[in-house]
Design a protein around this ligand. Structure first.
Ligand code: GLN
Ligand code: ZN
Length: 769
């Protein structure tokens, strides 16, 4: 029996890679210095895995920016505009690589970056490869080979990791019509084969192919491509052991196909799909030579593994296939968890009580080797590792910081009525019209106003004690007041306070809720050099004090116009946190919903008549396979409704989502029953409103008419035109006028100009009506 790992975080314990990469971009360090930092991180990671006696250690899991971009670079999938750029701008390879990731605006050139997308159901973003019909591939970069050699020189023979060819093509974007990226497979395979042969020559024995596309709804043609690809590799490089990894869900319909492949090892994500074990070992075509990598340590969460549960599962597998054909592994790459729990010392802001229950990437390596020892032990229950592990779990199970009977009781007592406004939207609309008296095409914004350098400096100064609480408070009040006067001058109908007191839309609430804690160093890569520190939800969630009422009241005291209260919704708070694994996500989500519900009611009692509950993460929470959607949507929608339904009919509930591809979930969006939904739309020229139009979406909609993702100020007529286009899809009486998303990343001058034009556009549209 062996242990293996699928990938290790590459940002470095203290985000050394981020600092080096950003330093290189700014020109403060050289390419050599950047490369040496990268090499140092790889060395530390490999040695760490070696010290933990991991038998098969990955390489090529490192990346300066993103592993999908690395593969595009490796196989020479360089879009034409970047090839031209390299010649014109005389760029080095590394600058070309970063230009693909971030675009290039120098020396009078302006080349758009490749786009970015979320990696399956994670918060990691990859660079979307671009393919053309006549796409050629070539071995453009030797990164895979170089890193294999580098580890070899340290005495470690690694298992290089490559994204599999089918997943790679499926992740890509066809830059021409009428062609399917999968058609490129035949051209792509020889490049992989070249690499594999080279690796083989250098002594590689195992290669890991990641094909997470196997966790998605599949088609016969995708399965045929998988069969073709892995048969091709087996023919071209017969003695290389292929380790095929799918994660985040079951193999599902693809199982029969993968069991017939000429591969050495099949990886199973047990944390997401424990049933697979039964499916596989009862399947007719179960191969007697296939090895299995049992992904039993959760690579997506930060809790200690339950050794008792894992040993039970492992013994079931061993009974069927014997110890020799088993590897113990994390469920997926450890990229999605923070590096090292040991950095959270007594001075960490993390709740110290929960420390013994946690396990970050480094600790998970320890769990892998401990589990192996325990499997091999004659009497594992007597082993120290086991005893300590079970004790920690027991404490967690019984802890009073985790379990709040009152919260559980409240969830239990919820009825359908609690998730339902008193009257239908039709009636509410009339009441709200009377109460609020807003014009046709009411204008508003999404919530945040520019988070300038000053605002961030004040927060930093406040946090490290250089600014007193009173000084901080008064600076933010001034900023809020100024922003409100500005909105009045511009002539907006529904104002916001600007969100200057918030660092992040989830963290701000998590910091005030019971059941949440924050690590000091628990960074996880989000994209490129950007890292996030997700909140940790460890216990029953409740709200002990109002969270936004004081700021909203203050803002309302500055104006006679309506201030829109601004909250983050339960699904988004859940989605962007590490969540409990001892109860269903739906349960945690409902608890958060109740806390938000209390806040909504307090805002209403404080005289706030319009309240927005942002849910930008509802769509990304969708399970990978469509069969699981209905269950998710049911509880997610219910959570939103629990949070929003405790108010009077006259109180207007808004929600906001930063995208507008609602085709497949439009019914659920309508079920949210928000009085107003604001969405992104400007870049699609309102075409995305089709989903709402064909559904006869009944409530009000604010399709963003100004793209806040760029500093460009749109003209009034452009926006009048967009309102006009929107009107062709949605009746004018249902339309609001607003930007795409919050303005926190913008600067003041452009914000002011754009909002002025936006209001002028609404005024013109009203006259033209
Ligand atoms: N209210 C938030 C803001 O304006 C919404 C952010 C978001 O949609 N991601 O910043
Ligand atoms: Zn948004």
């Amino acid at each position: 029996m062996k242990t293996t790992n699928l990938g290790f975080p590459r940002i470095g314990n203290k985000r050394e890679l981020k600092k080096a990469v950003e330093g290189y971009w700014k020109g403060s360090i050289s390419e050599e210095q950047l490369k040496s930092t990268a090499q140092e991180i790889r060395k530390i990671n490999w040695s760490l895995q070696d010290d933990n006696q991991i038998d098969l250690i990955p390489s090529n899991d490192f990346s300066l920016y993103d592993q999908v971009l690395d593969l595009a670079f490796t196989v020479g999938a360089i879009p034409e505009r970047f090839k031209t750029l390299q010649q014109q701008g005389n760029l080095s390879d590394i600058d070309l690589y970063f230009a693909m990731a971030r675009g290039y605006q120098q020396k009078g050139l302006d080349i758009k970056a490749m786009s970015m997308k979320k990696w399956f159901d994670t918060n990691y973003h990859y660079i979307v490869p671009e393919f053309t019909k006549n796409q050629d591939f070539s071995l453009f970069s030797s990164k895979v080979i170089d890193e294999f050699k580098e580890a070899l020189s340290l005495g470690i023979k690694t298992k290089p990791v490559l994204i599999g060819p089918v997943t790679f093509l499926l992740l890509g974007k066809a830059k021409e019509d009428n062609f399917d990226c999968l058609e490129l497979l035949d051209k792509l395979l020889p490049i992989y084969a070249k690499l594999l042969k080279e690796l083989k020559k250098l002594g590689a024995e195992n290669v890991q192919f990641d094909e997470p596309c196997l966790a998605l709804d599949s088609t016969p043609s995708i399965r045929n491509k998988i069969t073709a690809a892995y048969n091709y590799f087996a023919n071209e490089v017969p003695s290389l052991k292929i380790f095929l990894a799918n994660y985040f869900d079951c193999y599902g319909d693809n199982l029969a196909t993968v069991l017939q492949l000429p591969i050495h090892t099949l990886h199973l994500d047990i944390t997401r799909c424990g049933e697979q074990i039964n499916d596989i070992f009862t399947a007719d075509n179960f191969l007697s030579t296939l090895h299995f990598s049992i992904g039993i340590i959760d690579g997506r969460n930060i809790w200690k593994n339950d050794y008792q549960k894992s040993l039970t599962t492992l013994s079931k597998v061993i009974e069927k296939v014997g110890k020799e054909r088993i590897l113990i592994a994390p469920s997926c790459s450890l990229l999605h968890v923070p590096c090292d729990l040991n950095l959270e010392t007594e001075t960490s802001k993390i709740n110290q009580k929960i420390l013994p229950w946690l396990s970050f990437a480094k600790q998970k390596l320890g769990e892998l080797s401990a589990l192996k020892q325990l499997v091999l032990s004659d009497n594992f229950e007597k082993e120290e590792d086991y005893i300590i592990n079970q004790k920690a779990l027991q404490t967690r199970n019984q802890s009073t910081v985790v379990h709040q009977p009152k919260v559980k009781e409240r969830v239990q007592k919820l009825t359908a009525k609690d998730a339902q406004r008193s009257h239908l939207f039709k009636t509410r609309k009339i009441l709200q019209k009377e109460a609020l008296n807003l014009p046709l095409y009411p204008t508003t914004t999404i919530g945040s106003f520019p988070q300038t350098k000053e605002v961030r400096q004040w927060r930093a100064a406040f946090k490290n004690g250089r600014l007193s609480a009173e000084e901080y408070q008064s600076k933010l009040e001034e900023e809020t007041k100024r922003t409100i006067s500005l909105q009045e001058e511009i002539g907006l109908d529904v104002l916001v306070h600007g969100e200057f007191e918030r660092n992040d839309m989830v963290e701000y609430f998590g910091e005030q809720l019971e059941g949440f804690t924050f690590s000091s160093f628990g960074w996880v890569q989000s994209y490129g050099s950007r890292c996030v520190k997700p909140p940790i939800i460890f216990g029953d969630v409740s709200r002990s004090n109002p969270m936004t009422v004081a700021w909203t009241k203050y803002a309302q005291s500055c104006t006679d116009k309506y201030i829109k209260g601004m909250l983050t919704g339960p699904v988004t708070i859940l989605q962007w946190s590490f969540v409990r694994d001892d109860q269903p996500r739906s349960e945690t989500c409902t608890q958060i919903a109740l806390a938000i519900r209390d806040e909504v009611q307090d805002l209403e009692s404080a005289g706030i008549k319009i309240i927005q509950i942002d849910e930008p993460a509802i769509r990304e929470g969708l399970p990978l396979r469509a069969v699981d959607w209905a269950t998710y949507l049911q509880w997610a929608v219910n959570a939103f409704k629990v949070s929003s339904s405790g108010v009077k009919d006259e109180t207007q509930i808004h929600t906001h989502m930063c995208y507008s591809e609602f085709n497949d979930i439009i019914k659920s969006i309508a079920d949210l029953d928000a009085d107003v939904i604001t969405i992104e739309c400007s870049r699609s020229q309102m075409d995305l409103l089709n989903a709402f139009a064909s559904f006869n979406y009944p409530n009000d909609i604010g399709p963003g008419i100004y793209d806040i993702h760029s500093p460009r100020v749109p003209s009034k007529y452009e926006m009048v035109d967009l309102i006009d286009k929107a009107k062709r899809h949605i009746p004018a009486e249902q339309l609001w006028v607003n930007p795409d998303c919050g303005l926190k990343t913008r600067d003041w001058p452009e914000t002011k100009k754009a909002l002025e034009k936006m209001v002028e556009a609404a005024v013109t549209a009203r006259k033209l009506f």
